[in-house]
Design a protein around this ligand. Structure first.
Ligand code: DAH
Length: 342
């Protein structure tokens, strides 16, 4: 059976040659030399015709098995060579600078917030945080806000969860915090004085959106509690920060006001070249005051020992002023034509 004995050595030689191909062109040449129309293996198959009746089925089976092995070897080698061809010819230099990569940037509100936070940190304030979904206790009760205060009205505050008109205290609904002042309570309840914190965060009010209002916006709350803290410290602190963030030409003015959690309460107006550019003399910028003794009682601080002040202001207002933006809604639309400008 000379014919059958020829198959295996040919098969081995073919596989060796296929595996030796160094690239895809070499592989195609090897394929042609063995299983192409004039290939050596093809030639062997053609000789089948001259075999005897008994030899044919045995030889046919052996040939088919060999051919399958050749094709498998061919496919495997092709995959290896294709992978190799896809690799870069030169080694990659990972230290080269990027060329087409567009780096993202921070939202203008984030930039302004970061600047304000940085200015306060220079004075020793640390950032505190609290939940946006609050309860009436932290948002109103503990801040000495009476039950009939208009801020609690369904028209002004987003209530969530349980029914807003539920009667029993523990059935009272949660709400979306209307100001960051709620975090004052959370921080004071969680640590003894002294306290020196700022709280940047998102707040919610039931307002219709227009050029100067939006149902959600951002505030920065500040709270300083220690012994012998004065309104003078408050003025100096706020002045230093505003000069840092908006320019050394900033001037502040304090007017009497009312907040249930401070006594006395004040409102801060400020002016500088940016305000004058808007054709205004003063711009109302923040609420503040000396922490009400009742608030200290509510969190377990002794009002005979501790004094403090607090303030809160809107971040959007400052960002609008700084960048000359006249419509607050632009901050929330995430139109990249707007965002790219900062
Ligand atoms: N919570 C007030 C508001 O949203 C701002 C404010 C006023 C915060 C007086 C204070 C404060 O901490 O003492 O308008």
């Amino acid at each position: 059976m000379g014919f059958i004995d020829d198959i295996e050595p040919l098969e081995q030689a073919a596989i060796t040659e296929l595996n030796a191909a160094g690239d895809l062109a070499g592989l195609d040449a090897a394929k042609g030399a063995w299983i192409g129309p004039h290939g050596k293996f093809t030639a062997l198959m053609k000789q089948m015709g001259s075999l005897s009746k008994e030899e044919k089925p045995i030889a046919g089976k052996a040939l088919n098995a060999a051919k399958q092995k050749l094709e498998a070897a061919l496919a495997a080698r092709r995959e290896t060579l294709e992978l190799k061809a896809a690799l870069p010819k030169e080694p990659t230099d990972w230290t080269l600078p990027g060329r087409r990569h567009v780096v993202g940037r921070l939202h203008p509100l984030t930039q302004v917030t970061d600047d304000i936070v940085r200015a306060f940190r220079k004075l020793g304030f640390v950032v505190a945080d609290g939940p946006e979904i609050e309860d009436e206790y932290h948002c109103f009760d503990a801040l000495n806000t009476p039950a009939d205060h208009p801020a609690r009205d369904l028209q002004d505050t987003f209530y969530v969860g349980k029914a807003a008109n539920a009667q029993t205290p523990d059935a009272r609904p949660n709400l979306l915090r209307t100001h960051t002042s709620s975090v004052q309570i959370r921080v004071m309840k969680s640590q003894p004085p002294p306290v020196r914190i700022i709280v940047p965060g998102r707040v919610y009010r039931r307002d219709n959106a227009d050029a100067t209002h939006n149902p959600t916006f951002h505030q920065i709350e500040g709270l300083y509690v220690d012994k012998n803290v004065t309104v003078g410290d408050l003025k100096g602190t706020v002045e230093a920060v505003f000069k840092d963030v908006l320019g050394s030409d900033v001037k502040l003015r304090f007017r009497p006001h009312y907040f249930s959690y401070t006594e006395p309460s004040l409102e801060i107006d400020f002016t500088n070249a940016l305000v004058k550019k808007l054709g205004k003399d003063w711009l109302e910028i923040a609420g503040c005051g000396m922490v009400h003794p009742q608030v200290f009682e509510n969190v377990g601080y002794d009002p005979e020992v501790w004094t403090g002040w607090a303030f809160g202001f809107g971040i959007e207002r400052i960002a609008m002023l700084r960048y000359g933006i006249t419509d607050i809604r632009l901050f929330y639309e995430n139109d990249t034509r707007f965002l790219k400008q900062f």
